[in-house]
Ligand binder design. Structure first.
Ligand code: ASP
Length: 472
């Protein structure tokens, strides 16, 4: 099929062309039938008149049927032109229609805004929802921004490296998803909460500039801006300071906005900085929304939060024994500020130790965070001891990290963006599910696949798993 994409049709005036796509709208008026056809590039009006054999087929067409349509591209009469609309000044005089596939009546209307349609309905047949202008735009913009970020990072000498999904627990402060290992009965992989350990191991491996659009899995209660799996723009660099990482990321974020969202205004460049203490004091949280005008959907108020305490006391632990112990605020692999390294090593004045940690927030959301890491095994061991890990636990859980740091590991640091959150804000969407092709519901379900679901006894047997009887 010599198919022409709909957005180029204006180049074919008075020529016969074939398009392929979906029936967006069908209006049958007896002797005349009007349609809007849609492909991934746009929409065009088609008309059938005076051709009884074509009209017969045309009258059977229903919304969402898939068709190939041949016709002649005409300029519309002056009074019928739709100013500003794509293909608003042309229409297709249809000479032939081939039905490629029929469709059940769609469960919801995708020809207008989908904002008022129940999300459960949209998610149950997401493939239909994805055809809407809103989702097409979200998916394409997400892909374009990802592609742009990749190109920019490559231009600066970064390499994208995939890290394992079957791994060992990385403490990021959430629950792990675990996967039973059939070949080692009673043993489990953890799905990564982030590639934190691997990216540091890549620095030990001499990669120097790593990045990855990485999938992260965290078993947390879900809110509007959380999903069980989400995407980070994750990076790590050797021989860098906090300033280097912040400057690189600031420039990258600004270039994303200017390239793809010229209608948006960044409130302040360079991005302002606020200490954690000031944010908590003034706003009561560490991701304050500092927009001058919260009604303006095109205002972007980026803000760096710096000077985080390294440790805090676990007040809310479920385990009464653990209450009052030290826990890390962000990342156990971080380094302190240079002036606090001594306190870290000597385990003195722990509550006052500041981390070389920076978060970036946008319009009241945390969209990224990172730190300079402890690259000296003595310091990492000391941190793990402050966190209350026994020598055996340090060896079994972090032995590989200590060994790598002691192998000639350069000083290094990094950051990760919450890519879904960033895209949600840039696309003016109310939650991250709108910028993810196949998200889970708040209850963690995939309504389309009906997952999670039970597995059969044979699979459980192979894994050596016996389920406890569910109490009725
Ligand atoms: N791994 C950290 C996170 O997921 C980000 C970083 O420190 O680079 O929050």
């Amino acid at each position: 099929m010599n198919r022409i994409y709909i957005h180029t049709l204006a180049d074919y005036k008075e020529q016969s062309v074939t398009i392929a796509g979906w029936v967006h709208v069908a209006r049958n008026q007896g002797k005349v039938a009007f349609f809007d056809f849609r492909d991934m590039t746009g929409m065009v009006q088609g008309v059938v008149f005076g051709k009884p054999e074509v009209l017969e087929i045309a009258k059977t067409l229903r919304p969402e049927w898939v068709v190939a349509v041949t016709g002649i591209v005409h300029e519309r009469p002056e009074n019928m032109k739709k100013e500003g609309a794509v293909n608003g000044d042309i229409e297709l005089e249809i000479t032939d229609i081939t039905i490629l596939n029929k469709a059940e009546t769609p469960p919801f209307d995708i020809t207008g805004s989908t904002a008022d349609i129940s999300e459960e309905v949209r998610l149950a047949e997401r493939y239909i929802d994805l055809r809407s202008e809103r989702m097409q735009n979200n998916m394409r913009m997400r892909g374009r921004v990802a592609q742009f970020v990749r190109t920019q990072l490559y231009e600066q000498g970064f390499t994208e490296i995939e890290t394992p999904l079957f791994t060992k627990s990385t403490p990021e402060g959430a629950r792990d998803y675990i996967v039973p290992a059939r070949m080692s009965p009673g043993h489990f992989y953890a799905l990564p909460q982030s590639p934190q350990q691997y990216k540091q191991l890549l620095m030990a491996g001499g990669i120097e500039k790593y990045f990855q659009l990485a999938r992260c899995m965290r078993d947390e209660d879900l809110r509007g801006d959380r999903q069980p799996e989400f995407t980070q723009v994750d990076m790590e660099m050797s021989f860098v300071t906090e300033e280097d990482i912040m400057n690189l990321n600031e420039a990258l974020l600004i270039s994303v906005v200017t390239e793809f969202y010229p209608e948006k205004r960044i409130q302040q460049i360079p991005f302002p900085r606020m200490t954690y203490a000031e944010a908590m004091e003034t706003y009561g949280n560490d991701r304050p929304d500092i927009r001058e005008d919260k009604e303006d959907p095109n205002l972007l108020a980026f803000l760096w939060i710096v000077d985080f305490p390294f440790f805090e006391k676990t007040a809310d632990s479920d385990d009464p024994q653990a209450q009052g112990e030290w826990t890390f605020t962000h990342n156990p692999f971080s380094l302190s500020k240079p002036e606090d390294v001594e306190k870290l090593v000597n385990k003195q004045d722990i509550g006052s130790i500041m981390a070389a940690q920076y978060d970036i927030t946008l319009n009241g959301y945390e969209i990224g965070g990172g730190s300079i890491r402890a690259h000296d095994p003595v310091i990492l061991r000391s941190i793990l001891e402050i966190l209350g890990h026994s020598a055996e636990k340090i060896e079994s859980n972090f032995g590989h990290m200590l060994k790598a740091l002691g192998s000639g590991c350069p000083p290094h640091g990094g950051i990760a963006w919450g890519f879904d959150r960033l895209m949600m804000i840039l696309q003016n969407e109310p939650n991250i599910r709108e910028v993810i092709a196949f998200p889970k519901t708040r209850g963690g379900r995939d309504l389309m696949m009906d997952a999670p679901s039970p597995i059969d006894h044979k699979q459980l047997d192979e894994l050596g798993i016996v389920l406890r009887k569910q109490s009725e």
